[in-house]
Design a protein around this ligand. Sequence first.
Ligand SMILES: Nc1ncnc2c1ncn2[C@@H]1O[C@H](COP(=O)(O)OP(=O)(O)O)[C@@H](O)[C@H]1O
Ligand SMILES: CC(=O)OP(=O)(O)O
Ligand SMILES: [Mg+2]
Length: 392
Amino acid sequence: MDNAILIINAGSSSLKFALYRVEPGPSFEPWYRGIIEEIGGASRMRVSLAPTAEELLDQPLAARDHDEAIWEMLAWLAPRLDGLDLIAAGHRVVHGGAEHAAPVRVDETVLTKLERLIPIDPLHQPHNLAGIRALLQARPGLPQVACFDTAFHRTLPELAQRFALPRELHDAGVRRYGFHGLSYEYIASVLPDYLGDRAEGRVIVAHLGNGASLCAMQNRRSVETTMSFTPLDGLPMGTRCGAIDPAIPLYLMREQGLDLAAVSELLHQRSGLLGLSGTSSDMRQLLEGDTPAARLAVAHFVYQVAKAVGALAVALDGLDALVFTAGIGEHAAPVRAAICARLGWLGLTLDPVANAAHGPCISQPDSPIGAWVIPTDEELVIARQTYALAAA
Ligand SMILES: Nc1ncnc2c1ncn2[C@@H]1O[C@H](COP(=O)(O)OP(=O)(O)O)[C@@H](O)[C@H]1O
Ligand SMILES: CC(=O)OP(=O)(O)O
Ligand SMILES: [Mg+2]
């Protein structure tokens, strides 16, 4: 009987899942990929057969919360698990805190500690952990592994981890953790296939999706990143503000009478591309919309990404390659072109034809800085990490 691993990536309003068959080696063959969207609203479940991308299901669903979404997913999967031995479930957990530098088998003690991190990432952590709790109830004996977005950045030098705050706060865990680590780990693993020897050089990876961050890598290890204590910092995102003056929340509370919950909701859910455009958090819609406010939102995003590339190039003492990944990075050619145009002074020259075709190499052959488009695969990294722990 083939072994199988279930991967769950729970976001604020969606639950992505994938079922992998584990073949001897081990190698991991994606079998089904699915998503339950708009949990709590007009939710829908879509599933496709991973090897052929054939659509198997696309239908409305009554999932009021992540718990119900998990039960719906398991009900759909159950008959399809016949002939397979489900050996473990792997979860993306965004925050591992100061304690977790590696994936961990989840038990009640681990879960309780991870729940303490919910206040510092209200957008992801509660849903990541709700997925684990629901599965604990549905399949009590199934080994579950938490795979952390923060773990890849544990190589950050102390200089990069420190905030200009008193030492005792750093010791209490107030430091730069960095996120999107599962995505960066995947990109680091395939970098030599694209860049050859340059993969070990000075590389900036731009994970530009709904959440967005940059990671500076040297020898394929993280040395600097734009997100910090929480995934609210750094670049502007779909609905998150990114780096702003830290006095702004104080001002809003003192002068405008907003309470803690209102400030948190404003910065996490009503800012970023949505706040700038007033219409959408979705890059595709902004590019299609082409109104002055939409253009401002896109221009601001491009400007901040390019500025941050400059800052991370300083951390690396130069730059050999820039890699674009995630929804915007992989699919939004005009955004990549605009970012690269702002980096022309560094010598980067774009190949517009290759960029329109989404690469993989999108720079001119003689560009001293290579530019690349590399699709990410967070689920595969979770499958590998989960198997390594579950098999042990
Ligand atoms: N063809 C496209 N052109 C422009 N933007 C796109 C395209 N496809 C996806 N995107 C953008 O990618 C973003 C979502 O990225 P994704 O990595 O899927 O996010 P997440 O996994 O965090 O939900 C959205 O802003 C979406 O508009
Ligand atoms: C950490 C983070 O921002 O994740 P996402 O991009 O999935 O929102
Ligand atoms: Mg994502």
